[in-house]
Design a binder for this molecule. Structure first.
Ligand SMILES: Nc1ncnc2c1ncn2[C@@H]1O[C@H](COP(=O)(O)OP(=O)(O)O)[C@@H](O)[C@H]1O
Ligand SMILES: Nc1ccn([C@@H]2O[C@H](COP(=O)(O)OP(=O)(O)O)[C@@H](O)[C@H]2O)c(=O)n1
Length: 229
């Protein structure tokens, strides 16, 4: 990897701004971008499309090496395909959102997707921003810069429901409930739960604009680059 290459891990619960921040930081610094949640969503979409009982961890484990999941890492046009088909829209439905925590708690699923993520990060020319739940703790524990984003459930639900408006009609209260439930499953699972790495910088984005969060992460990366020189 080139000398100036940098690996940035951004973790946190839903609606804290991981994807928006990571895309903007990657664009600013000419880095790749990987949305690991999209990979778990793609796996979940495939399970549902193929009639696998997502509540049965044995069935999920037995099938999880079948779909070929490919992520494109251009931050200005990230892509995700399953067996060659573009699944960027269907992976965002409420059906997939409701099932994804169960599928992603299955250890065999995590092993397979973690391997994919490590390969993508290792092959990224110039470096990459990888966002998810367990990047700083498990997937890339040696990442150069680690950030853990948080925000209050109220703020996160308001952001999410504004985003979903018109598409998948859900009010703020229902969105908040679904979000808190998913956080609990993601944080409580045995296999690499949602957690802040000890050496991650925690940023509460509740009162910050997206621009301020981006600025904060860019500063952390620039500081790291200065130290690494
Ligand atoms: N700091 C912020 N202030 C206001 N809105 C934000 C902020 N960060 C993200 N958003 C908005 O909140 C929504 C969820 O952000 P997203 O980046 O998808 O979060 P995550 O990837 O953590 O789930 C998006 O509509 C995004 O534009
Ligand atoms: N590194 C990751 C990323 C996502 N996930 C799982 O994938 C789900 C969807 O992630 P996401 O980032 O698309 O979720 P949103 O924050 O966009 O709602 C999470 O709720 C987790 O169950 C995970 O287990 N590990």
């Amino acid at each position: 990897m080139a000398e100036s290459s940098v690996i940035v891990a951004i973790d946190g619960p839903s609606g804290t701004g991981k994807s928006s921040t990571s895309k903007a930081v990657a664009t600013r610094l000419s880095l790749g971008f990987l949305d690991t949640g999209a990979q778990y969503r793609a796996m979940t979409w495939w399970m549902l499309a193929n009639g696998i009982d997502v509540k049965d961890p044995v069935a999920v484990a037995g099938a999880c090496d079948k779909p070929l999941i490919v992520s494109g890492t251009d931050p200005q046009g990230p892509t995700i395909t399953v067996d060659g088909a573009d699944v960027s829209a269907p992976i965002r439905t409420s059906e997939v959102t409701a099932a994804v925590s169960a599928v992603s708690a299955v250890p065999e699923v995590r092993v397979r997707i973690t391997e994919l993520q490590r390969t993508i990060a290792a092959e990224a020319p110039g470096g990459i921003v990888v966002e998810g739940r367990d990047i700083g703790t498990t997937v890339l524990p040696a990442a150069d810069v680690k950030v853990f984003l948080t925000a209050s459930p109220e703020v996160r639900a308001a952001r999410r429901s504004a985003e979903l408006k018109g598409k998948d009609a859900a009010d703020v209260a229902a969105t908040r409930e679904a979000l808190v439930k998913r956080d609990a499953v993601d944080s409580g699972r045995k296999a690499s739960p949602l957690a802040k790495a000890d050496d991650a910088v925690e940023v509460d984005t509740s009162e910050l604009t997206l621009g301020q969060v981006v600025e904060c992460v860019v500063t952390l990366v620039e500081e790291w680059k200065r130290r690494a020189r």
